[in-house]
Ligand binder design. Structure first.
Ligand code: ADP
Ligand code: ZN
Ligand code: ZN
Length: 742
């Protein structure tokens, strides 16, 4: 007897057993195939993990799968392996992990996308075994369904969407109803015929002669092709890392191999993409949050068939199938956006490494400010290290200095010293970049008489005043309200604004330098499609004298005219409750600084601070990021934190303030009972921000110096997390290798 082991998306961390669909030959049951299966009262798409001869359930209780949905396995074996690995490592249900690997269009039983013609060509429909068993009398009241049903029944091979479309205009709805009843299955057909990768690499733009460090790096990487290794390419901003990527990609293309490039946020890397497009004539496709489901499906299928040579994408692109993958590049590997922060909380950089191992291809991690994790992997000999210390093309490194603002006159968050420098650089026709990681006008609105402040009713947070929309907005839950004219507490009309956001800096700069052309870039004014690109284009073309922005400005851009960078609010990051905060401050400072002086002229970076003696800032400014990272790693070692200790964070939240704590206490008691060697739990502790969107949040930190030991405990603990009685009263999540403890 064959029992199908199927991964079905569900919050339960187990697989489900089914009987094979009727009328399918046994040898069609290949792992990685999608199946339509009955689940609860409905139907879902599951992935076949394997066929076994045993089930823990009595045969009479097993349900039968409806049909196999694809002629060949949808998930190739390396992705199956990756998903299994990720499910074990992140202790996340296999069904949800496999579902996350699929493009959205393949996660559904039928095509719910509307109004687009070509889809009918890419789909065909067949009657299921259950369909053959029923009488069409059942469909008496649905004439179109009946017509479709009879047509399908008469045709052995099934019908294409186009054929069905001829039967009635609302055929989609009708066929969907049949699918929901398990009578019909839909197959998504790959419209691409498999074809080998062509090695047409014509450099359209002229290639620069590599400088020595680049040459060494590129040669080392080329020699590494063909087997698995991980290399950290640490290169100061402007040192020519991208040029090294281009050479590695070229070497892969010459061997008819494909390349996957992961980037933090596609909107922030138009310049990178542009360089790839200029250099290679091969097919390059993008995958990111703005990609439509249909596009995603197409790229997925074409990459799988070997027809796309280069895929550049964000986090989830790590799950793209490839026919012949030659290497994986992770640009800005330190970036936090590679970590998924809800649901299946994977780290795309770490999965890229697992994938490289499975496919036996090299993985290249690039950054000017590598994560401490990757540096620790270099130190332990697991990763190769290549560095680029010189800026390419003779550009000089910027001159970085701290500006002590204690007791200095401040104008809306701008010190007199900085304002003078701005005036100077404006006069010399330099471009100026002011960085402040906070949008809106002011983060706090307060009554000057009684101290009342405008707080979010649903979060433990102040509401930010936004000038343009003239609203108070909570940046944590999105709540909005009108701006009060008088104090709701004492009724006096004496409201003051505390602190600065980018809007306020913009206003202050406009008042002080009325003739300067200012461009502000933050989430608030780049929501619409194309807005960011057009602002960035204006900035690079020199249509602005002063750029003001949040961290969106810090990543990857190349502003050739910038000669002065001002970092306004570094102090805030120094007082964060998160142990990773200093690492992030340092990365941000270095990344922002890298925007200065890229073209011949030496740039100047000024960091305003009330803490000029802060050892972190001192080391960073005087000795640079590598020295800072060395110290920070030493500190983490002494404090027994990641990467020397392996962490998992169990978060729980509920509208009732007591439940999260009760739940975590119960979990903690279980952990203590297990009495496992080398693993311990800290907490439960209230989250640094206790309430967000009306829910109270607590957390339990589980840690061990041995990764193995941590996972042994989690393996044993995981089933209890969902079965403990207290679990029903909370929303909980387990975060392995959390990037933030907030
Ligand atoms: P990174 O990615 O490290 O910030 P890039 O690869 O963007 O650096 O290089 C910075 C600038 O230097 C770019 O304008 C690039 O075209 C240029 N460049 C890179 N390598 C060379 C080289 N070997 N000779 C001359 N210019 C170079
Ligand atoms: Zn008041
Ligand atoms: Zn809120």
């Amino acid at each position: 007897m064959s029992i199908l082991k199927v991964a079905v998306p569900s919050p339960l961390s187990r697989t489900f057993d089914y009987l094979p669909p009727l009328g399918q030959p046994e040898n069609a049951l290949l792992p990685g195939s999608r199946l339509s299966v009955p689940f609860g009262r409905g139907r879902k798409v599951g992935i076949l993990l394997g066929v076994e001869s045993h089930s823990d359930l009595p045969l009479s209780r097993l349900r039968r799968a409806d049909a196999i949905l694809d002629p060949e396995p949808t998930l190739p074996s390396d992705l199956m392996h990756l998903a299994r690995w990720a499910s074990r490592y992140y202790h996340h249900p296999i069904g949800e992990v496999m579902s996350a690997c699929l493009p959205t269009a393949l996660r559904r039983l039928h095509d719910t996308m509307t109004g687009v013609r070509p889809s009918a060509q890419a789909r065909y429909y067949q009657i299921t075994e259950a369909g053959h068993a029923v009488n069409c009398e059942l469909l008496k009241r649905a004439p179109l369904q009946r017509k479709l049903f009879n047509t399908l029944k008469a045709s052995k091979a099934g019908c294409s969407g186009e054929q069905l479309a001829a039967l009635g205009t609302s055929w989609r709805t009708a066929v969907r109803a049949l699918i929901d009843r398990g009578l019909v299955v839909e197959h998504v057909v790959s419209t691409v015929a498999p074809r080998e990768v062509g090695a047409q690499v014509h450099g359209r733009d002229s290639q620069p002669v590599l400088h020595d460090e680049q040459h060494t790096a590129a040669e080392t990487l080329k020699r590494a092709l063909g087997c698995f290794s991980v290399t950290l390419l640490e290169g100061v901003t402007g040192s020519g890392k991208t040029e090294v990527y281009l050479r590695l990609v070229q070497a892969c293309l010459e061997q008819a191999q494909q390349v996957l490039i992961l980037v933090p946020e596609i909107g922030l890397t138009p310049q990178l993409i542009e360089r790839f497009r200029k250099r290679f004539t091969c097919r390059i496709e993008l995958l990111h949050s703005g990609t439509t489901d249909r596009e995603r499906l197409r790229v997925w299928q074409e990459a799988k068939a070997g027809q796309i040579q280069i895929v550049i994408g964000t986090r989830s692109a790590v799950f793209t199938p490839f026919k012949s993958l030659g290497s994986i590049i992770v640009d800005e590997e330190h970036d936090l956006s590679f970590k998924q922060q809800d649901g299946f909380r994977y780290h795309a950089r770490d999965l890229a490494v697992i994938r490289g191992r499975e496919r036996q291809c090299p993985v290249l991690l690039g950054s000017a400010t590598p994560s401490l994790e990757s540096l620790a992997n270099v130190a332990s000999g697991r990763y190769r290290h290549l560095s680029l210390l010189q800026r390419a093309g003779g550009a000089q490194p910027p001159q970085i200095g701290l500006l002590d603002v204690r007791r200095r006159a401040m104008h809306e968050g701008l010190s007199e010293g900085l304002l003078e420098l701005i005036a100077e650089h404006l006069q010399q026709k330099g471009q100026i970049l002011l960085f402040l990681n906070r949008r809106g006008f002011a983060p706090v609105l307060m009554c000057h008489d009684c101290g009342w402040s405008a707080d979010c009713p649903r979060c433990d947070a102040h509401m930010t005043l936004h000038l343009k929309s003239h609203r108070l907005r909570c940046h944590h839950c999105g709540s909005e309200r009108a701006v009060p004219v008088s104090c709701p507490e004492c009724a006096l009309e004496n409201m003051v604004l505390v602190g600065q956001g980018t809007e306020r800096i913009e206003a202050a700069i406009a008042a002080r330098f009325p003739s300067a052309r200012v461009i502000r870039i933050d989430r608030d004014n780049t929501r619409r499609k194309g807005q960011l690109e057009s602002l960035l284009a204006q900035a690079t073309a020199g249509e602005a004298d002063i750029l003001i922005g949040t961290q969106m400005l810090a990543k990857g851009h190349h502003f050739p005219r910038v000669t002065l960078v001002g970092i306004l609010d570094v102090d805030r990051g120094l007082f964060s409750a998160d142990f990773r905060a200093t690492e992030h401050v340092a990365q941000l400072v270095v990344q922002v600084s890298g925007r200065a002086g890229r073209e011949g002229r030496q740039g100047r970076v000024v960091i305003q601070t009330h803490q000029p003696d802060n050892p972190l800032l001192q080391v960073l400014v005087r000795q640079g990021y590598p020295a800072f990272a060395r110290d920070a790693l030493e500190e983490r070692k002494v404090a027994e934190l990641a990467p020397f200790n392996h962490l998992a964070l169990l978060r729980a939240e509920a509208t009732d303030s007591k439940q999260p704590r009760n739940y975590l206490q119960a979990v903690r008691a279980m952990i203590q009972q297990m009495a496992m060697e080398d693993v311990w739990a800290l907490g439960p502790a209230v989250a640094p921000m206790e309430r967000i969107a009306g829910r109270y949040r607590w957390q339990l930190l589980i840690q061990s110096p041995q990764r193995k030991h941590l996972h042994r405990l989690l393996d044993e603990l995981r089933p209890a997390l969902e079965t403990l009685p207290a679990s029903r009263k909370v929303r909980w999540s387990l975060d392995v290798d959390p990037v933030t403890l907030l």
